[in-house]
Design a protein around this ligand. Structure first.
Ligand code: THU
Ligand code: ZN
Length: 295
């Protein structure tokens, strides 16, 4: 078990500490809690739904990678399936500040890459910044989404973002997490490049049409994918590398284990994720082998 998860167990109610310890110790624990497990925790703890989510926040924040701020943010995102996904903030020394991933973006991209098509609620240990509120306004469920903070009443995203700007203002029907896929193909045979194309086909890029995806292979042979999550306000877009790194963080693996990277994007796209991907990978570790393919 991650030692920070272990430390957070000391502050959790006794009624659920044993259950959580065995969950976190289980080999298939992947920083998610199924609807059924959450139900069992509700019964054991006697807490209400929101109280239990708040009580679980330190476990999400335990994943935070924040070497710049040392400010540990955790999020818990509930997908439409009822499963809960942890997320945490990520900062990269030596990279551009804009490459930072907020806990909300991490949790949402975690749920998205594991196949969710919308989120019911998000619980965060600090108030979501303006950038995150805008990022969430791109979601399929932006109009229903609820936000829960410790010691606050639940509020909707739209209450946190009055007079919101979003995809409809640009006449765009696509939404982040809508599950729609593209079917671009390549003649390349490199398996990691094929994985990057798979991630490209799952991306949300209705503004630039630069569908793009990243695949990262670790030294242990495991592969993590990231699809580009574009935003109507452009700047809050989450690049595909960030989404892939979020999956590595939530798999409790280290960025030092990244051995090979592939980025696939469309040559007809109106922007490119090449420079940002290369420079952040370089800041992480200049020895990572990088392949780029433009379709
Ligand atoms: N942070 C979040 O994760 N979510 C927010 O909405 C507020 C800020 C993170 C970003 C950065 O890693 C650190 O907190 C300091 O801003
Ligand atoms: Zn934020």
């Amino acid at each position: 078990m991650n030692s920070r998860l272990d430390a957070a167990l000391n502050d959790t109610p006794k009624s659920i500490a044993d259950y959580l310890r065995s969950l976190f110790n289980s080999e298939n624990f992947d920083a998610t809690i199924s609807a059924q497990q959450f139900e069992e925790l509700l019964v054991l703890s006697g807490l209400s739904d929101d109280e239990l989510r708040i009580c679980l926040l330190p476990f999400a924040a335990a994943y935070s990678y924040a070497p710049i701020s040392e400010f540990y943010v955790g999020s818990i995102v509930r997908g439409l399936s009822g499963r809960l996904y942890f997320g945490a903030n990520m900062e990269f020394i030596g990279a551009q500040m804009s490459q930072t991933v907020h806990a909300e973006q991490c949790g949402i991209s975690h749920a998205w890459m594991k196949g969710e098509t919308g989120i019911i609620d998000i619980t965060v240990n600090y108030s979501p910044c303006g950038h995150c509120r805008q990022f969430m306004n791109e979601l399929t469920t932006a109009n229903e989404l609820k936000v829960q903070l410790p010691e606050r009443d639940e509020m909707s995203l739209q209450q946190y973002l009055p007079d919101s700007f979003g995809p409809a203002d640009l006449d765009i029907d696509a939404r982040l997490m809508d599950g729609k896929t593209k079917s671009y193909q390549t003649h390349e045979s490199d398996p990691l490049v094929l994985k990057a194309v798979e991630a490209l086909n799952y991306s949300h890029a209705p503004y630039s049409e630069n569908h793009s995806g990243v695949a990262l292979r670790l030294a242990d042979g495991s592969v993590y994918l990231g699809s580009y999550a574009e935003n109507a306000a452009f700047n809050p877009s989450l690049p595909p590398l960030q989404v892939a790194l979020a999956q590595i963080l939530m798999a409790d693996k280290s960025f030092e284990q990244i051995d090979t990277a592939a980025l696939a994007e469309l040559s007809a796209g109106k922007i490119s994720n090449l420079d940002g991907t290369q420079s952040t990978l370089d800041a992480l570790n200049p020895d990572i082998t990088f392949t780029y393919i433009s379709l």
